[in-house]
Every structure is written in C-alpha cells, then in structure tokens.
Design a protein around this ligand. Structure first.
Ligand code: ASP
Ligand code: MG
Length: 296
C-alpha cells in the first residue's frame, strides 16, 4: 500500500484536483491519500484570526470568498451522488464552526491569551477538514478518515511535538482492517493527548502526517505530490540551469530540507528513513516527470 500526499497547490483548483484524481485512479486499492488545505487557505484562516482579534469583521467577507472557492471546486470535481452532501458539509463547518469562532474572537475583548490560541488552532484545522471532504467526494470508493482521531501531540516548551506512542496505538486501531478504497486523511491536524484540544504539527506539517502514517503502516512507498518536478540542484528562479536530482539518500534530503529547501517539511524524513520506505517527490502538474526518489 502507498501513502500519497497532495499539497496545497495540488488541491487548490479544479484543474489540479482533476489531475489528483487521475493520479490516484492509477493506483491499486487500498491507498491512503493525505491532503493539505486548498493552497493559500491556511494563511487566510490565520489572517482572519488576526483581523477578528482587531474587531475587524471584514474577515467574514473573506470567509464568504473561501466558501465560494470550496463550492466551486465541489461543482468541478465531486461526483454527482456526493455533491449535495459535500456542499452541505462545507456550509456546516463554515456556519456552525468557523463563523462562531471568528465572532467569539471579534466580540470578546477579554478572551485570555491561551483561549485565543485554542480558538485559532481550532480555526486553522478547518483548511484540511474542508479540502478532505472535497477529495473524498471525488472518488466513488472514497473513505473519509479523521486524523483528529489518532494524531496526538504533547506540549514541548512553547510549542508541541508528536506523541509517537499514543499516535501509534491509535493509528493501529483506526487502520486495523483497511478496506479497499481511497482512504482520505487530513494532513497537519492533531489533538493534544491530555486536553483533547485541536492542535497541529506546524506549518507544512501535512508531509509529516503522511510520513508518520507511511511508517506506522509499513507502506511500500510515500509519494509527496507537489508543484515542482522534484529536488533541484539549485533554486531555478536564480539558477535557470538547475536540474532535478533523480535520486538522493535520506541523509542528503534531510540536509537539504534543514538548509531550507522548501520541497519537504524537515521532520518528514526520519519516520520513513527508519523503515527504509522510499519517498518520491512528484509534480501533480507534470505527473510524467520522473521526480526525485529518496532512498537509503
Ligand atoms: N495547510 C498547512 C499549511 O499551510 C499544512 C500543509 O499544507 O502542510 O501549513
Ligand atoms: Mg508543504
């Protein structure tokens, strides 16, 4: 079984979602598909949090634009029998969850700082919740999953880290008998092991979600589908002669990620390296390109 992760641009438009569909339909079942939020939406959700805290409720206008963007995507890609249900799901999360959260931020000047953080963490999780509803509805064998049920974090200084043990226990429980189908999982989002509050794995964390699942479920490979042809020898914007690196080791990939190559979120490498699972970096917009493979 493969784990395939699709980033924000890969789920960001009707065109890219249709590419995703073709790419996944070429795969055997079961397959696990991990998705990011629609490109740019995570930034928007956070910017709206800032606005709401300044009592600027024009953030609700931005929210309406985001609603329309999701509905347009549904009309373009979700299969007919699922369409109405997915439209309703998007509206429900926006009207019953996101809006009340933003209004709470905008109308409660005395909200304690840790409560503001909790609300914003809950808000930002909606990017992946909404995109995954759309992607599930694209496949007649789509199976919805909720990574909030098994990805667990614990506090770590000012931030948080994955609770590997608890996550492993819960992933094994949730994926015990994986039926055939396209199992769609939200990247990035998690819960605090003690409080149950919604948390996340850090910006760019969807890659990490995919790597953790690949590692715990002994996937045959992890594919990171993005908007570049793979790791490049240099930044193509400043080095037009840069070429794709066809193959690299985990150590080389780790070094490049740590040095700031934006292709993969740095914590992604370790869980798959430990299990010797090959990682492919592939381009959703150019699936025929060979990409980069990362191996021992
Ligand atoms: N949506 C999240 C972000 O923009 C996680 C991800 O895309 O990997 O950071
Ligand atoms: Mg990313």
């Amino acid at each position: 079984m493969k784990v395939m992760k699709f980033g924000g641009t890969s789920v960001g438009s009707v065109e890219s979602l249709l590419n995703l569909k073709d790419i996944v339909n070429d795969e055997q079942r079961p397959v696990i598909v991990v998705v990011s939020a629609m490109g740019g939406f995570t930034n928007q959700l956070l910017a709206m949090c800032e606005q709401a805290q300044q009592r600027d409720i024009s953030c609700l206008d931005t929210l309406e634009l985001a609603r329309k963007r999701h509905h347009d995507a549904i009309d373009g890609v979700v299969i007919e029998p699922m369409r109405e249900q997915v439209h309703a799901t998007i509206d429900r999360f926006i009207d019953e969850s996101l809006k009340p959260y933003y209004l709470a931020l905008a109308t409660n000047p005395h909200m304690p700082v840790d409560e503001i953080e909790r609300v914003c963490d809950a808000i930002v999780a909606h990017g992946e919740i909404l995109s995954s509803a759309i992607v599930t509805g694209m496949f007649d064998d789509g199976v919805p999953h909720l990574s909030l049920n098994y990805m667990r974090t614990v506090p770590d200084g000012a931030g948080r880290v994955l609770d590997g043990e608890e996550t492993e226990r819960l992933v094994r429980r949730d994926f015990a008998d994986l039926t055939d189908g396209v199992h769609v999982v939200q990247g990035f989002i998690s819960r605090d092991k003690e409080t149950g509050d919604v948390t996340n794995l850090g910006r760019g964390g969807s890659d990490y979600t995919a790597a953790i699942l690949a590692s715990l479920l002994d996937a045959e490979s992890l594919e990171i589908w993005t908007d570049v042809d793979g790791f490049m020898t240099a930044d193509p914007r400043t080095h037009p002669d840069a070429t794709v690196i066809p193959q690299m080791t985990y150590a080389q990939a780790q070094e490049m990620c740590d040095a700031g190559a934006k292709v993969i979120y740095p914590p992604t490498i370790a869980p798959v390296a430990m299990k010797h699972i090959p990682v492919w970096v592939k381009n959703t917009f150019n699936p025929a390109a060979p990409g980069t493979v990362i191996v021992d």
